[in-house]
Design a protein around this ligand. Structure first.
Ligand SMILES: Nc1ncnc2c1ncn2[C@H]1C[C@H](O)[C@@H](COP(=O)(O)OP(=O)(O)OP(=O)(O)O)O1
Ligand SMILES: [Mg+2]
Length: 141
């Protein structure tokens, strides 16, 4: 049986040459490194969802939230198959000195900043898909 596609919002939170990633503790993409993010709720804009999910998961306050790209992935081998449309938003910190907190430790092993050129593996599939499309948050590189 298949269910309707899910819309997720993923936030490329960029600080210098690094981005914020956490290792997932959720069933889909367990143990993979993912951006902060989650379900788009009824009536929300992508920008609102990005700010809310980052706040809920890390405590961080973000600004300059902009649409980047969208991915379309099917996790057919998952225990509960999932069709995920992920909307990628880029953002920066309101206060560059603010530290991420692991507010939902049951869903994430912890947040850290990773060098864009040396990302940890494995990455969550939508992020992998986005990178394969040739996207870079640091276009001057
Ligand atoms: N970084 C991400 N990249 C792509 N999709 C993501 C990302 N984070 C979450 N999603 C998608 C996949 C999930 O099916 C869905 C829900 O996110 P998930 O992190 O599993 O729960 P959540 O607790 O953050 O969201 P909610 O509270 O809305 O259930 O959103
Ligand atoms: Mg999440």
């Amino acid at each position: 049986m298949s269910s309707a596609p899910v819309i997720g919002v993923a936030v490329l939170l960029v600080k210098g040459e690094t981005m914020l990633l956490g290792r997932r503790r959720s069933s889909v993409g367990h143990n993979t490194y993912a951006l902060p993010g989650g379900h788009l709720e009824f009536g929300e804009s992508f920008e609102e969802c990005a700010a809310r999910e980052v706040k809920e998961e890390t405590g961080l306050d973000i600004k300059d939230i902009q649409f980047v790209t969208v991915t379309n992935d099917v996790f057919s081998e998952a225990a509960k198959p999932l069709h995920l449309v992920a909307v990628f938003m880029r953002a920066s910190l309101v206060d560059p000195d603010q530290l991420p907190q692991n507010i939902e430790p049951e869903k994430c092993y912890g947040w850290d900043w990773y060098d864009w050129k040396n990302l940890p593996q494995p990455l969550f599939q939508p992020l992998e898909t986005m990178l394969k499309k040739g996207f870079s948050p640091f276009p001057t590189e």
